[in-house]
Design a protein around this ligand. Structure first.
Ligand code: CU
Length: 162
């Protein structure tokens, strides 16, 4: 009996410690999430090519493929990249290896430069991608990594602004 109550107290203490850590660590608990809708079409364009977020802000991207062409030839994804990838190096540093990953929706498994991504979406499909914005201010590219689409216009910049 005594052992059980000790365990209960220990569990209760552990829970409050966890709660304290969660609340104590969140920098801006009252900041509402940033909600963005990004649509990709058969012309290989994103309709939204820039948006701003605050450091660490929760971001909810509703990503839609509004085209009608079958996924195997005109699928689209949403891939947010870290700042090691720029418009100057994206082809050799990311898109080339992504292009061989059809089996993984053109997102190389375990790629450290990928901060968040959707699946490859076919016509009329939607996916909500939720992530926390980086804390480091600056520009972060988001792209469709289906081969050839980036150069046509499925690209944008998420700016983290203090
Ligand atoms: Cu695409």
């Amino acid at each position: 009996m005594k052992t059980i109550s000790t365990q209960l107290i220990t569990a209760a203490l552990a829970c409050s410690a966890v709660l304290y850590l969660v609340v104590g660590c969140s920098q801006t608990p009252s900041a509402p999430p940033k909600e963005v809708t990004v649509q990709a079409d058969d012309k290989m364009r994103y309709d939204v090519t820039a948006f701003e977020v605050s450091p660490g802000q929760k971001v909810v991207v509703t990503f839609k493929n509004i085209g009608t062409t079958p996924k195997f030839s005109m699928g689209h994804n949403f891939v947010l990249l870290d700042r090691s990838i720029t418009s100057a190096n994206i082809q050799s540093a990311f898109l080339d290896k992504a292009s061989t990953e059809a089996a993984h929706d053109y997102v190389p498994p375990g790629a450290k430069e990928v901060l968040a991504h959707s699946k490859l979406l076919g016509p009329a499909e939607t996916e909500v991608v939720t992530f926390n914005a980086p804390y480091v201010p600056g520009e972060y590219l988001y792209v469709c990594s289906f081969p050839g689409h980036y150069s046509q216009g499925t690209k944008g910049i998420m700016t983290v602004k203090q």
